[in-house]
Design a protein around this ligand. Structure first.
Ligand code: SAH
Length: 524
C-alpha cells in the first residue's frame, strides 16, 4: 500500500533566508519534493535533502511557468504518491500567496496538509528598509492591499477611495505596474498628496533598493529609478522614521553586501554570522578542495606514524585535518596512530576540527601564520634532526616547512588536496563585483585571495572601493601582493575574529559611510 503523503505549505519569509520559521526549516529538511516560487529565497533550497526533487513553480509577473491549477494538481499528485512535499512560498502563504486555494484543493483530494505561517513581506520588507509598520504616536493601524485591483475601474475606485483614509499605514503588494493610478485614487479619496511614501524593491536581499517620495511624486520617482517587481509600496507617516531606523545606521553590518570567498561548506559559519547582523552575504566559492592523496604516500606516513617515528604532525587547515584523517582511515589506521606524536594546530578552526575528530592539539600558536607556527614549534622543542609530518595542500605556502628546516627538522610534506577555483562562479556575484556593488570583501586564507584574482585575470580593481578584511597577516600580505590594500586584519585569526574586526571597523567608520548607493531620496 502507498504510504500516506503530506504537503506542508511553508511560508519562507521575504528575501533573507534566515527569516524562515523553525517549523518551515524542519519540513524542508525532511522533504522529498519541494515546489518553490520565485519569491522564496533560493538559498533555502540547499536545506532540502540532496535527494529531494526540486520543482520550480516560478511564477513571473508576465509569464506563468505553471498555472495555479497545474500547481494544485502537482501537489495532489505527489501527495497521493505518498511523498513528503513542501510547497515553499515567499512571505506568508495566506497573504496573497494563494495558500488557501492550495490547501482546499489538497483537502478535496484527500491529501493531508499543514500550513506553516511565514513572515510576510508586508511587514518585514518594510522593516528591512527601516520603516516600522506601526509606531506609537505615528501609526496605530495598517492595511495590506493587493495592487492587482485596477483603480480605474468604477467598482474598484470606490474601494481605493475608502482605503485612502481607512488606516494610518497602507502597504500595497503587487502594485508596481499601477502606481500612478493607485496614488491618484488615494489622493482623490482624501489622503494628502504630500504623505510620505516609499518603494522597497527586493527587500531583505542583496539587491534591496529604496525609493522615497511624497505620494504625489512616487510614480514619477519609480519610473525615473526603474523600480521593478517585486516591490512594496508603502504610504504613511511611518516612512519618515527611516531616518532613525534605517538598519544600516543601527548596526555596522546591516544591509552591507559582504563578499564571502570560500567553498560553500566552509563558508556557512561566516555567512551565518554576517546574516545574523543583517548583512547580505554574496557567496563566491573560490576554494574547492579536491582530494588528491597518493595512497602509497599515505600508507607510508600511516606506518611511520603508528611506529611513533614522527616527533610532530602540524596541521595548517581544517581541510588538511579532515583529508588526513579520512586518508588514514582508508589506510586502516585511526586516532591511536598519533599516540606518540605531538600535534600542532595552525589556527583556531584547525584546532576545533581536530578536536571534533578526537585529537587535542599540544600546541596552537598565537598567530595563525607559517612563521609563527615554525617559531612556536621550535620553541616547544624536539625539532632538530626529527621527522615532522605536514599534511597539506598542493602549492601550500612554504613558510612553515622552511622555518622548520632551518631549525634542522626533517620535514615531510604529504600532499592531500588541491585548493582550486571552482568551475563556475555564480554570475550575479561576479556582476556585483564588477559593478562595484560590494561593500566589503572577506578573505579567510591566501588561497581565497589568489583564486579570486585568478577568476578576475589578476585584476582586483573592481574591489578597490570595498572594505577589504583579512583573517590574518599572511592573507593580508597575499592581498597586498595582488594589489588589494587590506583595511582590516583580524587580530584573532578565526571566523569570529574576522567578523569582530570587520564590524568594529565599519562601526567606527559609520559616520563617514553612507548607504547612498542603494538609496534615492526625493524632496517634494
Ligand atoms: N505571500 C507574500 C506575498 C505574495 S504577493 C508575502 O506574504 O510577502 C507578491 C508581492 O509581494 C510582490 O509583488 C511584492 O509586492 C511583495 N513581495 C514579496 N516579497 C518581496 C520582497 N522580498 N521585496 C519586496 N516585495 C516583496
Amino acid at each position: 500500500m502507498t504510504p500516506l503523503g503530506h504537503v506542508w505549505l511553508v511560508g519562507a519569509g521575504p528575501g533573507d533566508p534566515g527569516w524562515v520559521t523553525q517549523a518551515g526549516l524542519e519540513a524542508l529538511r525532511r522533504a522529498e519534493v519541494v515546489v518553490y516560487d520565485r519569491l522564496a529565497p533560493a538559498e533555502l533550497l540547499s536545506e532540502a535533502p540532496a535527494s529531494a526533487q526540486l520543482i520550480n513553480a516560478g511564477k513571473e509577473p508576465t509569464r506563468h511557468a505553471m498555472t495555479q491549477d497545474e500547481i494544485n494538481a502537482c501537489l495532489v499528485e505527489h501527495g497521493r504518491a505518498g511523498r513528503r512535499v513542501v510547497r515553499l512560498k515567499g512571505g506568508d502563504p495566506y497573504v496573497f500567496g494563494r495558500g488557501g486555494e492550495e490547501a482546499i484543493a489538497l483537502s478535496e483530494a484527500g491529501v493531508p496538509c499543514t500550513e506553516v505561517p511565514g513572515i510576510t513581506s508586508a511587514i518585514a520588507g518594510l522593516a528591512a528598509a527601516g520603516i516600522p509598520i506601526t509606531h506609537r504616536g505615528v501609526a496605530v493601524s495598517f492595511a495590506v492591499v493587493t495592487g492587482h485591483e485596477d483603480p480605474t475601474k468604477p467598482e474598484e475606485q470606490a474601494n481605493w477611495h475608502r482605503l485612502a483614509t481607512a488606516a494610518d499605514t497602507l502597504v500595497v503588494l503587487m502594485g508596481v505596474g499601477r502606481l500612478e493610478a493607485i496614488a491618484d485614487a488615494l489622493i482623490a479619496g482624501g489622503r494628502p498628496a504630500d504623505t510620505p511614501a516609499a518603494l522597497v524593491q527586493e527587500a531583505a536581499t542583496s539587491n534591496q533598493r529604496v525609493v522615497a517620495a511624497p505620494l504625489t511624486a512616487i510614480a514619477a520617482a519609480a519610473r525615473e529609478h526603474e523600480v521593478r517587481s517585486p516591490a512594496l509600496f508603502v504610504v504613511g507617516e511611518v516612512v519618515r522614521l527611516r531616518e532613525q531606523l534605517d538598519p544600516a545606521s543601527l548596526g555596522p553590518l546591516a544591509g552591507k553586501r559582504v563578499l564571502v570567498t570560500r567553498s560553500r561548506r566552509q563558508a556557512s559559519t561566516l555567512v551565518d554570522a554576517l546574516r545574523l547582523e543583517g548583512a547580505r552575504p554574496l557567496e563566491l566559492p573560490t576554494i574547492e578542495a579536491q582530494r588528491r592523496a597518493d595512497p602509497a604516500a599515505v600508507s607510508g606516513a600511516a606506518h611511520k606514524l603508528r611506529e611513533g617515528r614522527y616527533a610532530w604532525v602540524a596541521f595548517t587547515s581544517a581541510i588538511a585535518v579532515d583529508a588526513f584523517l579520512d586518508a588514514l582511515a582508508e589506510a586502516g589506521a585511526d586516532a591511536r596512530a598519533f599516540a606518540n606524536t605531538r600535534l600542532c594546530a595552525v589556527g583556531a578552526a584547525t584546532a576545533r576540527t581536530m578536536a571534533a575528530r578526537g585529537l587535542i592539539a599540544d600546541l596552537v600558536p598565537d598567530e595563525a601564520t607559517g612563521e609563527a607556527a615554525a617559531a612556536a614549534m621550535i620553541e616547544a622543542g624536539g625539532i632538530r634532526n626529527e621527522p615532522v609530518l605536514l599534511p597539506r595542500a598542493e602549492g601550500a605556502q612554504p613558510a612553515l616547512p622552511a622555518g622548520l628546516e632551518a631549525a634542522g627538522a626533517l620535514v615531510e610534506s604529504l600532499t592531500l588536496y588541491l585548493s582550486a577555483a571552482p568551475a563556475e562562479p555564480p554570475t550575479e556575484v561576479l556582476a556585483a563585483i564588477r559593478g562595484g556593488a560590494v561593500d566589503a570583501a572577506t578573505f579567510t586564507s591566501s588561497s581565497t585571495v589568489k583564486n579570486l584574482a585568478a577568476i578576475f585575470d589578476g585584476d582586483l580593481s573592481p574591489l578597490s572601493d570595498a572594505t577589504i578584511a583579512c583573517i590574518g597577516p599572511s592573507t593580508a600580505e597575499t592581498a597586498r601582493g595582488l594589489g588589494l590594500e587590506p583595511d582590516v586584519v583580524a587580530t584573532e585569526h578565526s571566523v569570529p575574529g574576522l567578523v569582530a574586526a570587520l564590524r568594529g571597523h565599519l562601526w567606527e567608520r559609520r559616520a563617514a559611510t553612507t548607504t547612498a548607493a542603494a538609496e534615492v531620496e526625493h524632496a517634494s
